[in-house]
Write a protein that binds this ligand. Structure first.
Ligand code: NAG
Ligand code: NAG
Ligand code: NAG
Ligand code: NAG
Ligand code: NAG
Ligand code: NAG
Ligand code: NAG
Ligand code: NAG
Ligand code: NAG
Ligand code: NAG
Length: 443
């Protein structure tokens, strides 16, 4: 009987340990030769079966003389966060990133080389001879993740908070560099946001390169003694939160009206961090590629991120669709249909990027142009009001001036004219009459 048990255990152990996915949990291991270990186990099965499992506890650290290549991961000791190579969305480029271990097809919360991807799976994360932490690609080119010249007492570790750090091997409390001090687009609990430590949006769903939007916290431009969240588009501020007054939800008061207040902020005049509620729920605050801030929490039963709050709405983001582009907030962000379109008579400035605005297919002739009707719009920025009563007079006033590009007329609101390029065109309830060259065929 005991012999039978031993044989059974041996077979079981060999079986289990030949399948890394079972033996090594979900994440891959760093340079662990589990086969060697299991050969030992085979000899003395009942005692060492446990060793097979304990030997495969995923690593959270790489030492000065170690590395991880594409396909190998580090896992934080609480198993919450993984660091390794990945490809976002439809991209085939490889990035070193940090993601939640438990989220299937999860999105990275931090990326080391967002602007310097490896083209194929040849990437290796390692220390170089002088102590820099680098990503080296197959052709030998390298990207420096963290530089710390000439010191050998170094290791890199993924911590339980999702912070990826460079620290002293002999004194692990001595943090030399941390990913929390150079965020990508995601604010995790425990991370400080300031005017210097900004979130920077991705370029698109498939490209994590630095995009056009930033999110920070600091003194308000209008009132230096008040501090607030600030979202900028190409360094132009377009959304600010309420001011910090010491109350944990003063910055975004609407969060207080939720059944469970999802996050509490702790800030002073210069820096801000937050804790989720309840404290152990997976929470992230992400600056979207279209400039909106998403606060999401993970529903562990449904295994889905739930969006709790999003602001500003996509079409409120200034100039989202560029000059003469029309933003349509009714278009679902998740469909492939673009939120930005060009009006009749216009074509995208850049064929591949609908957000770069639109240019006329045919220049205005000034004499003999015509107007087309754009229904269900809101008025663009910078209108000029004219005190004429009749619609025909309003149209005439626009036609007469060669710089006039659109007019609108209603009994309640009178006559409005726009000159030059149109900005902030979006859907709504008004009718806009847009000037195009007469040769533009009727659509
Ligand atoms: C790294 O260095 C340590 C200490 O010098 C040594 O024990 C270990 O075997 C080395 N690891 C590798 C992979 O070279
Ligand atoms: C490595 O990086 C260099 C420089 O950026 C680049 O020219 C080369 O194509 C890259 N090779 C791979 C395999 O990523
Ligand atoms: C965040 O800021 C607070 C207050 O300035 C500071 O005490 C704390 O050490 C900072 N944390 C990190 C991770 O930088
Ligand atoms: C914040 O700034 C204001 C104005 O500069 C100052 O009166 C206040 O004491 C500061 N608060 C803190 C906590 O530093
Ligand atoms: C500026 O902010 C401070 C602190 O929030 C506030 O007490 C003060 O009234 C504000 N001043 C103006 C002009 O809004
Ligand atoms: C933000 O929320 C919107 C709306 O649900 C979603 O479409 C978008 O993908 C989210 N952005 C990020 C970066 O998670
Ligand atoms: C056309 O309108 C613009 C803007 O109101 C004005 O500056 C310009 O003088 C006008 N041109 C003519 C010919 O009236
Ligand atoms: C309109 O926009 C185009 C493209 O952005 C630009 O080249 C042109 O100078 C603008 N015209 C005016 C009047 O601002
Ligand atoms: C916006 O999109 C919706 C849904 O696709 C469509 O019904 C509507 O006509 C669009 N509005 C404008 C102004 O393009
Ligand atoms: C769109 O415009 C048409 C015609 O003006 C109007 O009947 C309709 O109510 C509008 N729809 C919306 C959603 O505003």
């Amino acid at each position: 009987m005991p012999i039978l048990l031993i044989i059974f255990l041996s077979l079981f152990t060999v079986f289990v340990c030949n399948f890394p996915s079972l033996c090594l949990e979900k994440a891959m291991l760093v340079e662990i030769s589990y086969l060697k270990k299991c050969a030992v186990v085979l000899l003395i099965p009942s005692v060492l079966a446990i060793r097979c499992f304990s030997a495969t506890t995923p690593r959270d650290t790489i030492a000065f003389n170690e590395s991880i290549s594409d396909g190998q991961n580090l896992v934080s000791s609480n198993k919450k966060f993984v660091l390794g190579f990945f490809s976002p969305g439809a991209s085939s480029h490889r990035y070193i990133g940090v993601w939640y271990n438990s989220v299937p097809r999860g999105t990275a919360v931090w990326i080391a080389n967002r602007n310097d991807p490896v083209q194929d799976k040849s990437g290796v994360l390692k220390f170089d001879e002088v102590g820099n932490l680098i990503v080296k690609n197959g052709t030998g080119s390298s990207f420096i993740v963290a530089s710390e010249m000439g010191v050998r007492d170094r290791e890199a570790a993924i911590l339980d908070t999702g912070n990826f750090v460079l620290r002293s091997m002999t004194d692990r409390s001595k943090i030399i560099w941390e990913s929390f001090a150079s965020p990508t687009d995601t604010w995790l609990p425990g991370m400080n946001i300031t005017l210097g430590n900004l979130l920077k949006s991705w370029k698109s769903y498939d490209d994590p390169a630095t995009g056009d939007y930033t999110f920070g916290f600091g003194p308000s431009i209008a009132n230096a003694s008040a501090s607030q969240f600030i979202i900028m588009w190409n360094r132009i501020s377009f959304w600010t939160s309420e001011s910090w007054n010491g109350d944990t939800n003063s910055l975004i008061p609407v969060l207080k009206s939720m059944g469970i207040i999802p996050v509490s902020f702790q800030c002073d005049n210069l820096t801000c961090m937050y804790t989720p509620n309840p404290a152990d729920i997976m929470t992230k605050i992400v600056l979207d590629q279209s400039g909106s801030l998403n606060i999401t929490q993970f529903n562990s039963e449904a295994k889905l991120w739930t969006l709790l709050w999003r602001h500003p709405d996509s079409c409120d983001v200034s100039n989202l669709c560029g000059v003469n582009g029309v933003c349509n907030s009714s278009v679902s962000v998740s469909t492939s249909e673009s939120i930005c379109k060009c009006p009749e008579g216009f074509a995208p400035q850049e064929q591949s990027n609908s957000r770069k605005g639109c240019t006329r297919k045919t220049p205005l002739q000034c004499n003999g142009d015509r107007f087309i009707d754009m229904l269900n719009m809101t008025f663009p920025d910078n209108r000029q009001k004219l005190s004429v009563v009749e619609k025909s007079e309003c149209e005439f006033a626009c036609m007469e001036n060669c710089s006039c590009t659109a007019y609108a007329h209603s009994l309640s609101d009178g006559c409005s004219l726009w000159h030059g390029n149109l900005t902030h065109l979006q859907n709504g309830v008004e009718t806009l009459h847009l000037r195009v060259a007469a040769s533009e065929s009727h659509g």
